[in-house]
Design a protein around this ligand. Structure first.
Ligand SMILES: Cc1cc2nc3c(=O)[nH]c(=O)nc-3n(C[C@H](O)[C@H](O)[C@H](O)COP(=O)(O)OP(=O)(O)OC[C@H]3O[C@@H](n4cnc5c(N)ncnc54)[C@H](O)[C@@H]3O)c2cc1C
Length: 432
């Protein structure tokens, strides 16, 4: 843990550096490069790899200084928050030198090719195959739910390299180029109307052996590190990045001041916080804490009770998340405790999902710009289920907490030592 005096020094240091370095007239590309060179963009990463080796509690302080000054944060996406730390922990120096710079400078975004039609909760049952061919691997199979596949340059791919090994021991973890002839991406439409994720088909797609992270068969370790970051310990970036929704490359040549203005305006605008039901806010115009007053329901004891319940859940989880991050100091994986924050986020999201319609009544069914709160409550309601599924379902988080945090007996696991080719997993009916 960093002492309060050390945290105060860190806040002074980052403030002084921002005084010298930040300018709204830089391009985003220039700014992100400065951030990368300084180590302040990814302060929990090791000092030799674009960071400052600080703990998660220091990250919170650095983020606060960025936000107070309205400074554009580091590039943010799955590559930066999950992939980079995985390469740092499981890759070799050559891979760190080659794969990490495009992430910290925002010239690349990565997506996550993990889930398959027959392998979600049972991710180790992935059937997508990677077969060695000289200096490359040839990939065949199907992924699904791949967020952002159309707007990213590379993907973190979990694929089976050995079908004779037990399922956890025959997987490889690759960083694959997304835009190549062997990869077809088909957007999936969600009930919110958006197409946030895709199904992705690999037909003789190619990935260099040099992009295999760890040894063939060791991919499960890198996959669990990725998931720990996804569930609660995203400790890479700071500030008000906000540029992660679309293509990072799309903002590189814009003026940093214009991008940050947009980010801040979006936050202020009606559809800011509550539109992202995966992270419902506790302040801002779309928070139930705000609109319960606007709709004149804050005098009702039953409503107040639920609003406070939502507030307490959200605040406690924010603090818990800070603790998980602090434990993941110096670029270490956040570990299984991140499942507690993921699960708590699901609970808070469901409370918010029910609270909005309770306060707005039938108006909560209205979608679109002309609806109350620009349709944010309706959007939150239909978006809410995703929080309990993305990054591993609530049931899976409970299993992890039970087994790996509380030390309870493991779930029965009869196929752990069986060669993968003998299993009837996913859509596999006979030996592939
Ligand atoms: C918004 C969103 C974005 C996503 N983005 C990505 C992405 O970018 N990349 C990616 O690879 N994936 C992504 N996913 C996929 C996500 O990781 C999977 O949906 C999730 O792991 C569940 O897998 P599944 O859908 O196959 O459900 P299944 O595994 O088939 O589960 C079905 C049900 O069975 C329950 N269940 C399964 N096993 C157990 C068990 N052992 N004990 C108790 N209950 C169990 C589950 O909890 C669930 O309720 C995303 C999902 C969502 C919702």
């Amino acid at each position: 843990m960093t002492t309060p005096a050390e945290l105060a020094t860190i806040a002074e240091q980052v403030g002084a550096w921002l005084d010298e370095s930040w300018s709204v007239d830089l391009t985003v590309r220039e700014w992100w490069q400065r951030l990368a060179d300084s180590g302040w963009g990814f302060p929990t990463w090791p000092t030799e790899w674009y960071g400052r080796g600080l703990g998660g509690d220091a990250l919170t302080v650095v983020s606060r200084v960025f936000q107070e000054r309205g400074v554009l944060g580091a590039p943010s996406g799955l590559g930066q928050t999950m992939g980079g730390p995985v390469v740092l922990q499981h890759g070799d120096d050559e891979q760190r030198r080659r794969l990490v710079p495009p992430l910290v400078s925002g010239t690349e975004g990565w997506c996550q090719f993990f889930s398959e039609p027959g392998a979600g909760s049972d991710l180790a049952g992935a059937q997508t195959r990677a077969v060695r061919d000289g200096d490359e691997w040839v990939v065949n199979g199907q992924k699904v739910w791949t967020s952002g596949a159309l707007t990213t340059e590379r993907g973190m791919l979990l694929a089976r390299t050995d079908i004779d090994a037990p399922k956890h021991k025959g997987l490889g973890y690759f960083i694959i180029d997304v835009h190549q002839p062997g990869i077809e991406i088909r957007p999936l439409k969600q009930m919110t109307g958006a197409s946030h994720f895709n199904e992705v088909f690999f037909t003789d797609a190619r990935v260099a052996h040099a992009n295999l992270i760890g040894r063939p068969g060791d991919g499960w370790a890198a996959a669990t590190t990725t998931l720990a970051y996804e569930r609660g310990g995203r400790a890479g970036t700071v500030g008000v990045a906000g540029a992660s929704g679309g293509s990072l490359r799309g903002v590189l040549d814009r003026r940093a001041g214009d991008v940050i203005d947009e980010v801040l305006a979006e936050r202020r605008a009606a559809a800011s916080e509550a539109v992202d039901a995966r992270n419902p806010g506790i302040s801002g115009p779309n928070s139930p804490l705000t609109y319960v007053k606007d709709f004149g329901r804050n005098g009702e004891p039953g409503v107040r009770q639920r609003v406070v319940q939502y507030y307490v859940l959200s605040r406690v989880n924010a603090l818990n998340q800070q603790r998980v991050r602090a434990e993941a100091a110096g670029g270490k994986s956040p570990g299984p405790a991140s499942s507690t924050t993921k699960l708590a986020r699901s609970v808070a999201t469901r409370v918010n999902r029910d609270l909005g319609p309770h306060i707005l009544g039938p108006h909560a069914m209205l979608a679109g710009e002309e609806a109350p709160l620009h349709g944010a409550v309706c959007h939150s309601t239909v978006q809410a289920p995703s929080t309990s599924i993305a990054g591993g379902t609530d049931e899976v988080q409970r299993n992890i907490i039970g087994e790996r945090v509380l030390g309870l007996p493991r779930e029965p696991d009869v196929d752990r030592d069986t060669p993968f080719r003998e299993l009837k997993v996913g859509t596999q009916r006979s030996a592939p």
